[in-house]
Design a binder for this molecule. Structure first.
Ligand SMILES: Nc1ncnc2c1ncn2[C@@H]1O[C@H](COP(=O)(O)OP(=O)(O)OP(=O)(O)O)[C@@H](O)[C@H]1O
Ligand SMILES: [Mg+2]
Length: 469
């Protein structure tokens, strides 16, 4: 594009310059020859050919060219070079003046005899021939006693200087054009390399990512848009890698949680199969264990389904006007028998009914999971205290126990999936490590927050904060 526009500009400049140069010459010479024709026509009066000729020579010298006088038939009567006398000048412009025009002109290569009149000066320039020179032929009608009516005066003057300067300008333009073109091409290839290199690197990175390589990072230095794109891509592949890892971890944890009860069931069933004479009491005990393991399996599967639902955004809250205090009271009451079995006491302190627009079933699950943890991780005879109050526009539920507590290094992880502080003991108590992550997800869906404070050996407090709408 740049090359083409530059060429157009250069060509029109050369044309403009040449037109103006030649127009000027034509105007000057045409006027000159017309004036000379009038003057010489007058000077012919009463002269013979011999006395007129020196006057013509004089005029030619002052006019700066060769002068020829032709009669009405086009035959040369006088020639200041003394070569063409008696011959006919077969020039187009001479014919047109003899045919009645006042003046005319043409450009010719000197020995071309009018054969190649150039329709445009540019063509004259391009049809360059170093051996020949370009001349201008300016003709004016001339009447005089020697020529009779209808003769013509012909001035032949060199225009080679003008043509030479045009050729010089054109060559210069061509040179500049070629240099500019090379510079533009070099620049274009450089720029395209600067642009395409990061694009190629990025697309190679994307290709590797689609093949499952999430480790690969793209390097594009600088602060350009491409560099920003590359860093966005790197962040994205880091996230994909984390997600991939989390997914693998989740699948392996889930399979592990399902495998353990299944293995126990298998052992129990096999021992019952191979022992024909089994004591009915022992058989009942085995069946009871199998039943417990099945309960555990179904609770794990239920928790997993809940989490998967939340993750895939399929879980919709069924919000309704509800009294949160009622939910807290009911859940505590439901868990009281479990606490009693271990000699524990659940106390409730409710200072506000906390009417809100929320999902009562899901909030009951939140209370249940936290209070159940309190019971599970508190030794026999301990206390679980449930407190509900209103702080500003929030309902604040605090569940504290006098249990084993959580070590500080484990505190940030208790909401992680499958995370258990004491792996062995939690399994004995039937924990999977999913309860608190479900609590956290439900609270987040309600635009609330859940935090934990704990002191080892002294007890734990979970604080749930929910906006009251
Ligand atoms: N009140 C508490 N006191 C001490 N430790 C606790 C308490 N609540 C939770 N934890 C610790 O945090 C871990 C995660 O709790 P979470 O409720 O998520 O799992 P879980 O109780 O082990 O299993 P489940 O999925 O059946 O609830 C528990 O295993 C336990 O180690
Ligand atoms: Mg739990």
């Amino acid at each position: 594009m740049i090359g083409v526009s530059f060429y157009v500009v250069a060509a029109s400049t050369v044309r403009l310059v040449s037109d103006s140069l030649f127009e000027d010459t034509v105007r000057r010479q045409t006027t000159g020859v017309s004036e000379m024709a009038v003057m010489l026509g007058e000077q012919m009066q009463g002269e013979t050919a011999d006395t007129f000729y020196p006057k013509l020579l004089q005029a030619a010298r002052s006019g700066g060219g060769r002068l020829l006088v032709v009669d009405r038939d086009g035959k040369v009567m006088f020639d200041t070079f003394d070569e063409r006398c008696g011959t006919r000048l077969a020039l187009q412009e001479v014919h047109s003046v003899l045919g009645g025009k006042d003046a005319d002109y043409g450009f010719h290569l000197q020995d071309g005899d009018g054969a190649q009149q150039a329709p445009s000066v540019l063509d004259a320039v391009t049809k360059r021939d170093v051996q020949k020179i370009w001349v201008g032929c300016f003709v004016s009608a001339m009447d005089g006693s020697l020529t009779g009516e209808g003769g013509a005066l012909v001035l032949i003057a060199s225009v080679q200087d003008t043509v030479d300067s045009l050729i010089f300008i054109r060559d210069r333009m061509l040179l500049v054009f070629a240099a500019a073109l090379i510079a533009v091409l070099l620049l274009a290839s450089l720029i395209s390399r600067i642009i395409t290199k990061p694009v190629a690197e990025l697309s190679a990175g994307i290709e590797r990512m689609t093949k499952g390589d999430y480790q690969h990072r793209v390097h594009v230095p600088g602060k350009s848009e491409m560099a920003q794109l590359a860093s966005a891509f790197n962040q994205m592949s880091e996230q994909v890698r984390n997600l991939e890892e989390a997914r693998n971890q989740f699948v392996s944890n889930a399979s592990h949680e399902l495998k353990t009860p299944l293995a126990t069931i298998k052992i129990l069933v096999e021992s019952m199969m191979y022992e024909d004479e089994m004591d009915p009491g022992l058989r009942r005990e085995f069946l009871g264990d199998i039943d417990k393991e099945i309960d555990r399996l179904s609770s794990v599967v239920g928790d997993l389904l809940t989490l998967v639902h939340i993750d895939s955004h399929k879980l919709k809250l069924r919000r309704e006007r509800m009294i949160f205090a009622d939910t807290v009271r009911e859940t505590s009451a439901r868990l009281t028998p479990l606490a009693k079995k271990r000699g524990q006491e659940i106390t409730t302190q409710i200072t506000d009914e906390c009417e809100m627009f929320a999902d009562p079933g899901k909030l009951a699950q939140v209370c249940y999971n936290i209070i159940e943890n309190g019971i599970k991780y508190t030794p026999d005879g301990g206390k679980i205290h449930v407190r509900l109050r209103r702080v500003g526009r929030d309902a604040v539920l605090e569940i504290s126990d006098t249990g084993v507590g959580i070590p500080p290094e484990d505190l940030p992880h208790v909401f992680d999936r499958f995370y258990r502080v004491d792996k062995a003991r939690s399994r004995d108590t039937g924990g999977t490590g999913l309860g608190l992550s479900i609590v956290q997800q439900i609270v987040r869906l309600h635009a609330g927050s859940v935090t934990v404070q704990s002191e080892r050996g002294r007890g734990t407090t979970f604080i749930v904060q929910l906006p009251v709408k």
